[in-house]
Structures are given as structure tokens and as C-alpha cells.
Design a protein around this ligand. Structure first.
Ligand code: BES
Ligand code: MN
Ligand code: ZN
Length: 505
């Protein structure tokens, strides 16, 4: 376990085996960023030629390791580029790059710009997440041996300020939640079937709530028999093709005195083969990540509880495996959703909206002030926004608040519309209340959002389509490592923070 400490010391006086400093792309060439003043002073006039020799320009993503040869008490100086504007986003990404560069030091001091609570948070989250690894399936012990430093010291001139200490501690909670979300997403789908995923969430809830003073989160796991009793036709229909039965997990965090109540809903398809409308191989191999929304809402709920935010949170996590077999749902079948709405299934690969429909209706019954759902819902959103940006749709004011929270959290999200014309498309079934799909390609992500809206009971609502940013198919960049990214956890926590602020408590 890595230990993190926050200190106000100078990087030129801190004992550690490595020290991280930021480099800016200044108007007159590279310069050490805020936090690196004492390191710059220690090198004096030798700094400029040193940076020139190393070819360091200060560009984002750049990293250089320099033996200090006595210039500093620390043997190794790690320089990371911050680009032209060292805002929280740039600092978060640079800290992530630094974490992967520090490979052989028992301790590291980070002297990146950290003069404000937001920057301290960025440094802490960025470093912890940039150094994330998933080694569960690697042969022990050599390939598992982590050479990450045991001691990480976050340096900030403002380290004694109450808000800065709080930001540091909160960052640790959020980073841990994001890391576990990544673990769950990275877990192979054969090991994380719906029953196994539900068991994992149950065990994690028990662990979280263990002992005196622990956060209070309650959990209910509904199995296939209970789902049948309730009439959750969407979850049961999608799960029908798999030998691993579906589940619905419901979490509740209800702190005393909470004035606001948010419902979170997350898509938990543990593997999406497409069902009978089977996916081509190239689109299937990463579909273990189709439960990223579910993992994110669960971990966000835990983080909110650990932070003790004074907002009630009711979380609904439908889990199913979308497989094909003799018992699978067929194109042409009609499912009756929880609450009675009938839906004609026309493409079994548009399964997310079916399990979310049941869960959204369950959510409305708790009468929350607002519902936020998170789902790896459509490839259309990836086409529209690329693989690093989530699309946000729904009630205008909730969308605005979610986007503001995303900006604070350092996650890229962008508003998308639900055009009026979508209503015509979703109600075009000749035999059921709604059609789940039509074969018109255009605007498929917006069609899906319009479909989900039918199940929100007119409550304020936002839908986050994270199909793109939930899984990094390429190499690590900034604080985002390969595989599951844990996107949306930090945004949800910040969104609930703003709700807490509004309640005036
Ligand atoms: N899980 C996929 C969406 C997805 C695509 C997630 C790429 C992550 C990366 C979803 O269930 C799906 O298959 N959507 C279909 C919708 C279509 C049938 C309307 C899609 O994107 O093609
Ligand atoms: Mn699908
Ligand atoms: Zn899916």
C-alpha cells in the first residue's frame, strides 16, 4: 500500500528518492512551474542549459529524468511538461505521466503547481490514477511486483490550510473509487457475471460499512425470481440468453438531515455479445466494459458516503449478460417493462436501454429530486464525440449542472440534444407502446436518450453516454491508463457536492 502525505516543505529540502517538478512552455522557452522555484534556485544559471541539453520544451506529455548529482538532496529529478496553461487539467495529466515515470524510487515528492485546493486535488488524483495497474491476472510474484514508491509526498505551499487538507483527503477518496471502478471494468467477463458482480458489490458494501463510524450504505440484491415477481421484463429479457441469471442491485445512502435526494442508475451489462443481433468480432472483444456505468454509480455512491456528503442517494444497478442461445430474446419479441410499458425489441444489441428502463422506473418510485443515469449506451456517441468525451442529454438544468461538475472533476463531457423528432421514432411500433430501435442509423445516441426519457416519470434527469471514454483501447495518456478508465465517478461526486451546496447546509 502506498502512503500519501501532504506537506508544505520545499522540494529542495524534502528527503525522498525522487522529486517531480513541472515545466511550462513559457514565452521565452521552457521554465519550471509554480512549486519548482527552489529547485530552479538550486540549479541557478545551470537550469536553462540543462533543459536545453535534455531537449525539454515543457509540452504536455513530455517527461525527462535527470540525476541531480548533488544539486539537490534528492538523487533524481523528474521533469514533466505542463504545456502553456498549467490549469488543474494539465496538472492532473502531468501528475499521471510522472507516476509512470517514477519506477525505481521508494519515495517521491511531487512539487507540481499546488497552491489551491483544486490543484492539490489534481496532483493527488492524477498521480494515484496515472500509476494505476491491474495485475490480478499476472503470474505471481515477479510480474506482479510493483515498483511504485511506498511513500508519495504531495508538496503544497498552502498545505496547512484547512481547505487544502480537505481537498487532499477528498482526492484520495475519489481516486480510490475511480481505481476500483477500473478494477471492476478490467475484470474478465467470465469472472464478472451478473451474480458475481452483485456479490462483489455486496462484499464491497459490507467492507465499506464495517465498524463503528463507518459510512451507512444499505444494499438489496434482487435475483431473477424477485425480478420476475416485480415484472422487470427488460432486465429478464436481456438476461434470458445467458446461463448466468440477471440481477438488480439497489443501494441507499440516506444521511440524517439530507434535503436533496438523487437517484443514480448505471448500465451493468457484464458482457455484450449483441445477442442474436450478434456483434462483429472487432466490436465484441472489449465488451466486458459494458458494465462501466454500473461500476461508476456504485463507486460514486461509496465515495459520496465516505465523504459524508449530506445528500440522499438511491442507486439502481441492473446487471445482465447479453448472450445468444435458445432462450435468448429475439428481434420481434415484445417485453413488458417494470411499470407496464411494452417495448418491441428490434435489435437485441440495443440492450442497455431495456435494462435501464426497468431500473429508471424503480428509481422514480423513490421520488428523488433528480435522476442521473450512466451508460456505455451507443457507438453513435463515440462516432459523434470520439473516445475521450462523454455525451450528456436530458433536462436542460440537470445537464448544465452535470457539465459544470465534469469541468471541476477534470472529465470531458459535452451536451447533446434530444430532438423532438425522436419521439416519433420511438413510438413507431405497430404492436407495442414503444419501439426499442429502428434501422435508421442517424442520431442513434439521441434515439436511445429519447427512449430512456420515457421511463423517467417526467422527473429532472440527465443521461451520460460514456461508451467512448469508459475504456481506453490505446496506451496510457495523462492520468488515464489503458483499459477501464473509471470515467463519471469524479463527476458524479462533484455533482452531488453541488447538490449539497444548494441545500444550504
Ligand atoms: N454496448 C454497446 C455500445 C458501445 C459501443 C459501448 C462501443 C462501448 C463502445 C451497446 O449495447 C450497443 O451495442 N449499441 C448499439 C446500438 C444500436 C444497436 C442502436 C450500437 O452502438 O451499435
Ligand atoms: Mn449492445
Ligand atoms: Zn451494450
Amino acid at each position: 500500500m502506498t502512503s500519501y502525505t501532504l506537506r508544505s516543505a520545499s522540494p529542495a529540502k524534502t528527503r525522498s528518492e525522487a522529486v517531480v517538478v513541472g515545466v511550462l512552455q513559457g514565452a521565452k522557452g521552457p521554465e519550471l512551474a509554480d512549486g519548482g522555484e527552489d529547485v530552479a534556485a538550486a540549479y541557478g544559471r545551470k537550469l536553462r542549459p540543462l533543459l536545453a541539453t535534455l531537449g525539454v520544451k515543457g509540452k504536455a506529455g513530455e517527461v525527462a529524468k535527470v540525476p541531480t548529482a548533488g544539486a539537490l538532496p534528492t538523487p533524481l529529478l523528474v521533469l514533466v511538461g505542463l504545456g502553456k496553461t498549467p490549469d488543474a487539467g494539465a496538472v492532473r495529466r502531468a501528475a499521471g505521466v510522472a507516476a509512470r515515470a517514477v519506477t525505481n524510487a521508494a519515495s517521491v515528492a511531487i512539487a507540481l503547481p499546488a497552491g489551491t485546493p483544486g490543484l492539490v486535488r489534481a496532483v493527488t488524483e492524477g498521480y494515484e490514477l496515472g500509476g494505476y495497474t491491474f495485475t490480478t491476472y499476472k503470474k505471481a510474484p515477479e510480474s506482479k511486483a510493483t515498483d511504485a514508491p511506498a511513500d508519495v509526498i504531495v508538496l503544497s505551499a498552502a498545505a496547512r490550510k484547512k481547505e487544502v487538507v480537505a481537498a487532499f483527503e477528498e482526492a484520495r477518496v475519489v481516486a480510490a473509487a475511480v481505481a476500483t471502478t477500473r478494477d471492476w471494468v478490467n475484470t474478465p467477463p467470465g469472472d464478472l457475471t451478473p451474480p458475481a458482480f452483485a456479490d462483489t458489490v455486496l462484499a464491497a458494501t459490507q467492507e465499506l460499512t464495517k465498524g463503528r463510524g463507518a459510512p451507512k450504505v444499505t444494499i438489496r440484491v434482487l435475483d431473477e425470481a424477485e425480478l420476475a415477481d416485480l415484472g422487470c421484463g427488460g432486465i429478464l429479457g436481456v438476461g434470458a440468453g445467458s446461463s448466468a441469471p440477471p440481477r438488480l442491485v439497489e443501494l441507499s445512502y440516506a444521511p440524517k438531515g439530507a434535503e436533496r435526494h438523487v437517484a443514480l442508475v448505471g448500465k451493468g451489462i457484464t458482457f455484450d455479445s449483441g445477442g442474436l443481433t450478434i456483434k462483429p468480432a472487432q466490436s465484441m472483444h472489449e465488451m466486458k466494459s459494458d458494465m462501466a456505468g454500473a461500476a461508476a454509480v456504485v463507486q460514486a455512491t461509496f465515495a459520496i458516503a465516505r465523504l459524508g456528503l449530506p445528500v440522499r442517494v438511491s442507486t439502481y444497478v441492473p446487471m445482465a449478460e447479453n448472450m445468444l442461445s435458445g432462450s435468448a430474446v429475439r428481434p420481434g419479441d415484445v417485453l413488458t417493462m417494470y411499470g407496464g410499458t411494452t417495448v418491441e425489441v428490434l435489435n437485441t444489441d440495443a440492450e442497455g436501454r431495456l435494462i435501464l428502463a426497468d431500473a429508471l422506473v424503480r428509481a422514480t418510485e423513490a421520488q428523488p429530486d433528480v435522476i442521473v443515469d450512466v451508460a456505455t449506451l451507443t457507438g453513435h456517441m463515440v462516432v459523434a464525440l470520439g473516445d475521450r468525451v462523454a455525451g450528456v442529454m436530458g433536462s436542460a438544468d440537470v445537464v448544465d449542472d452535470v457539465l459544470a461538475a465534469a469541468a471541476t472533476a477534470g472529465e470531458e463531457m459535452w451536451p447533446m440534444p434530444i430532438p423532438e423528432a425522436m419521439r416519433e421514432r420511438i413510438t413507431s411500433s405497430r404492436i407495442a407502446d414503444l419501439s426499442q430501435h429502428d434501422w435508421i442509423r442517424w442520431g442513434g445516441g439521441l434515439y436511445a436518450a429519447a427512449f430512456l426519457r420515457e421511463f423517467t416519470g417526467g422527473l429532472p434527469w440527465a443521461h451520460l453516454d460514456i461508451a467512448g471514454p469508459s475504456f481506453n483501447s490505446g496506451g496510457a495518456w495523462g492520468h488515464v491508463t489503458a483499459g477501464g478508465t473509471g470515467v463519471a465517478v469524479a463527476t458524479l461526486v462533484d455533482y452531488v457536492r453541488t447538490l449539497a451546496g444548494e441545500s444550504g447546509s
